[in-house]
Design a protein around this ligand. Structure first.
Ligand SMILES: Cc1cc2nc3c(=O)[nH]c(=O)nc-3n(C[C@H](O)[C@H](O)[C@H](O)COP(=O)(O)OP(=O)(O)OC[C@H]3O[C@@H](n4cnc5c(N)ncnc54)[C@H](O)[C@@H]3O)c2cc1C
Length: 461
């Protein structure tokens, strides 16, 4: 089918999934409008990291210029990723950059600062934004006065009509109920995180216990593990910025909100219970309380489909597959969704339902495996038998898994490669479940998959 007019894509949510979809669709000539509740990027939290499958997408934007802008504010002198017991004894370490070609594909730093760079790029290439407005209603095409086109209505009373609506509205997605007709089944995962980001000052530099955090020559990427607790600390910007995340058990009911101001005394109680070393205690004490967030981690079961009945609205990113931080893939998987969506829409030549059905088949199984790994990785951290043989023989079970089949994946190339046969399946109504019809995930998160790339390979940096 030949497309005459560019498609108009309405995207709800300017998180990393929504932004990537917007950029990739715009780069393929589509018109894009993004609606976002929050007014600015700076409201976007503390730390995030993108591993090479996500970073590869950024590397291609504006011939690497966006990546270079990001690298200035990211961890760019982290040599080793260290995994420790609560008392600081190092159990396992590996290169932060596993392979030289990952250097421009791995980005970690302050979420809001990274977001701003990507947002600015989206604006530069002509993506339209409506910040500070909230979508309250999704309307699938075909069943309303808007004709066949899907639309959304915002709290301010505006209606946005598109050829496609993309619900990139994150873990709290209302599209799950309104588009897919599902009950609101968010449940507490049984865990919550305390999270904070702050700038280190000359006062901190005087404290000998802060020497590692303030080291201007090496960025820190380090994980401490204890029973039912783990804490990640990153430093960057030549020892001036620090972000930390402490995951702990929490079974409070999740109501309307699951992000609250955190209390230092609660964090310190967790550190004491887990026997964490003194420098972490001092780091928490030094954290401005206003920067401390108590964030309940929500678990969402996998969905049977991400598409509306007319296949003109799709969910993407955390709205479709809500990753916990322990997967270390939620952001990158949301970005992969954005690319696959844009390729499939482009290749479908104006046949929106075909494009969205192929998109779902490209992404379903792969994102399912990383989604489910969120809990298995966390349980691995929290149940280490420190006296047993397993940890001595396989200390790499403590690592953030970065298996090759996940991090070396090139979503743009794979989407292009598989479009035709997946489209033929859609057109011929090939029978089968979504799992059978979708591309295979490509691997799993078994212990063997964690043995990838542990040799020092920093020479190409
Ligand atoms: C503490 C923490 C640490 C994490 N660390 C990592 C990490 O290091 N690496 C990684 O890959 N992943 C990480 N993740 C997961 C990752 O953040 C998410 O998987 C990823 O951000 C999902 O992107 P998204 O665009 O789908 O959703 P989100 O980033 O949640 O974006 C959704 C956007 O939609 C907006 N929105 C929602 N509803 C509406 C509405 N009705 N109208 C308009 N706008 C709306 C929201 O304001 C938000 O901006 C972490 C998660 C947490 C909680």
């Amino acid at each position: 089918m030949t497309r005459r007019e560019p498609l108009h894509i309405v995207i709800v949510g300017a998180g990393f999934g929504g932004l990537t979809a917007a950029i990739e669709c715009r780069k393929r000539g589509m018109n894009v409008t993004v609606i976002e509740t929050y007014p600015t990027s700076q409201t976007f939290g503390d730390i995030i990291d993108f591993f090479p499958n996500g970073g590869r997408i950024i590397e291609r934007w504006d011939k690497g210029r966006v990546g270079r802008d990001l690298m200035r504010i990211c961890i760019n002198q982290g040599d080793r990723f260290q995994y420790c017991k609560a008392d600081g004894a190092i159990i396992w370490e590996e290169d932060w950059i596993l392979e030289p070609h990952h250097y421009w594909r791995q980005y970690a730093g302050h979420r809001g600062q990274l977001h701003k760079v990507i947002l600015d790029y989206a604006k530069e290439i002509g993506v339209e934004f409506a910040f500070g407005d909230r979508v309250v209603q999704y309307i699938d095409g075909g069943s309303t006065t808007t004709g066949l086109k899907p639309s959304v209505v915002t709290a301010s009373g505006k209606t946005y009509v598109g050829d496609i609506v993309v619900a990139a509205d994150g873990p709290r997605s209302i599209a799950r109920q309104q588009v897919l007709g599902l009950p609101d089944t968010k449940v507490n995962s049984g865990y919550a995180i305390f999270r904070a980001y702050f700038s280190l000052t000359d006062e901190h530099r005087k404290n000998p216990l802060f020497a590692d955090f303030c080291d201007p020559t090496t960025d820190m990427t380090k994980l401490w593990v204890s029973k039912d607790l783990h804490m990640l600390v990153y430093t960057w910007n030549k020892g001036k910025d620090i972000g930390w995340v402490l995951t702990h058990k929490d079974t409070e009911d999740i109501g309307e909100s699951w992000s609250f101001p955190g209390k230092k005394e609660d964090v310190l109680a967790c550190l004491a219970a887990g026997g964490f070393e003194q420098k972490l205690v001092e780091m928490v004490q030094a954290t401005p309380e206003k920067n401390l967030v108590d964030y309940k981690l929500v678990w969402r079961d996998p969905l049977a489909t991400w598409l509306s009945p007319s296949a003109r609205i799709t969910l993407i990113g955390d709205a479709a597959h809500c990753h916990l931080p322990t997967s270390a893939q939620g952001g990158s998987q949301a970005m992969e969704d954005g690319v696959a969506l844009a390729v499939a829409l482009d290749r479908a030549g104006g046949d929106v339902p075909l494009g969205l059905r192929v998109f779902e088949r490209i992404r379903y199984n792969r994102s399912h495996v990383t989604h489910m790994a969120s809990t298995s990785v966390r349980d691995g951290y929290h149940n280490v038998d420190w006296d047993g043989d397993a940890i001595k023989e396989n200390p790499q079970v403590l690592n953030i898994p970065r298996p090759e089949w996940v991090i070396e994946y090139d979503i743009a190339t794979e989407s292009e490669k598989h479009f035709d046969h997946l489209a033929a399946d859609v057109r011929s109504y090939r029978p089968g479940t979504i799992q059978e019809l979708a591309l295979p995930a490509g691997g799993d998160y078994g212990v063997d998959s964690r043995k990838v790339g542990h040799q020092p390979k920093t020479e190409g940096k």
